[in-house]
Write a protein that binds this ligand. Sequence first.
Ligand code: HEM
Length: 310
Amino acid sequence: MPRNGTGEIPPPLEIECLKILWTLGEANVKDVRQALTERRNLAYTTVMTVLDRLARKGRVARRKVGRSFMYEPVLSREQFEGGVAAVAEFKDYLNHIISRRLRDAAHDPAEILSTLIGASAFAGESAQGEQLSKLELIHNCIFLLNAGHETTTNLIGNAVDLLIRHPQAMHDLRGHPEAIETAVEEFLRMESSNQLGNRRAGKDTMLGSFAVAAGSYVHIGIGAANRDPAQFPEPDRLDIRREANRHLAFGTGIHACAGMSLARMEAQVAIGRLLARFVRIEPAGTPLRGNRARFRGFKAYPVSFRRYVA
Ligand code: HEM
């Protein structure tokens, strides 16, 4: 997918965003994070659409999987058991639709699930090269849903927070919507929604002056790297036109984020449309941080909006 400017944004994403924004009344106090990400849920709807365009059932199970606290280092018993149950339910659902696709030989090239089924061991002669087992296929679907849901939800929430804390930047971006691409890169840099990266050393390695023994786990502070003064002049300053913004919000190398174009596009549409629709966006209560180790974002962010008067 190309790194989109507004002209290339596919209409369905824009329409979904407009529908969500339309439901926000004038000067009402709403939770902006919920509005754009939870209630009608732009990030969730988008990732589900690319994953599985046909299925409309199993929504509840999929929503639960999306909140299963994956990747948290410490879980309560309730979170753990809820997550395990949601994953089991979602696996049943995926098994069901995979069987249906195989039975009907339905293939939609625009849909990731169809493509993954086509690359699986049980897809028959059509599968080329390295093939996925059924378990791998199912877990890739679950991974995709999680990878593309909470991260983008938080990117949109963090962007609104940054703009509220920097009214001059909000004013500037509203007057110059063409700056949305560099602005979203800056939001990604300053408030990376995924704060941690992980690697395991395949062999003895020197990282700068540190010796990393083969087999060691390495946890990388993405948020810290993105504020490195050696890489970013005035790293704590929000600059919506920052150029040469080589942030690591999407990781790097062979395993760099597979959904980065989609995430960028969603944030560009959501923030661009929000600013175009509302002349005033102000806090209306105390934001509640998520306090997660890996995912940086908010549990709630009450905001008041005022629409443009025609
Ligand atoms: C703001 C939104 C997002 C952020 C900050 C983010 C961040 C990341 C990061 C840091 C990684 C690890 C990269 C590495 O290890 O070097 C990753 C991997 C991945 N992401 Fe994202 N991501 C986002 C959205 C998405 C979306 C929308 C999708 C799919 C719809 C997605 C799918 C993936 C996949 C499949 C991988 C694994 C790639 C691999 O291991 O080869 N991500 N992402």
